[in-house]
Design a protein around this ligand. Structure first.
Ligand code: 5GP
Ligand code: ZN
Length: 132
């Protein structure tokens, strides 16, 4: 199995999972843009939004549930939802994924979406999202 995210679904590669249902899993992005940056992916392989017209609807409940988790557990004030489809759009991993990027009023505003926060403690974020 060569697809990185299929290997995460199969448990062959570790990921900090924060949500799962029959159709999707959600896990922390290894290189977060803001604290709690999470990827929601379908369990079954499809390359991107254009590749399979039914995939987005299948993972929509997971996106909604994960968005609620991020706002409730991390105190996010809002979030960005983004999916890159195709290399020309900046896609690097060719298994459909939606970026859920929590945003915080307390952090300086008007940042570029791609500016990364330094020193995000992924284990602490993961603990907050999964404990209790
Ligand atoms: P894309 O540019 O394809 O929309 O985004 C791919 C995302 O996957 C990037 O934000 C990148 O940080 C994330 N990513 C790449 N490899 C891994 C990995 O092995 N584990 C996790 N958790 N995220 C990954
Ligand atoms: Zn895959």
């Amino acid at each position: 199995m060569s697809c990185l995210f299929c290997r995460i679904v199969a448990g062959e590669i570790p990921a900090r999972q924060v949500y799962a249902d029959d159709y999707a899993i959600a896990f922390l992005d290894i290189n977060p843009w803001h604290p709690g940056h999470t990827l929601v992916i379908p369990r079954r392989h499809t390359a991107d939004l254009l590749d399979d017209p039914s995939a987005l609807a299948e993972i929509a409940p997971a996106v909604t549930a994960t968005a609620a988790l991020l706002t409730e557990r991390l105190g996010a004030d809002g979030l960005n939802l983004l999916s890159n489809a195709g290399e020309v759009a900046g896609q690097e991993v060719f298994h459909l994924h939606l970026h859920l990027v929590p945003r915080y009023a307390a952090l300086p505003g008007l940042r570029e979406l791609t500016v990364r926060e330094p020193d995000i403690d992924l284990d602490e974020i993961h603990r907050r999202l999964t404990s209790g």
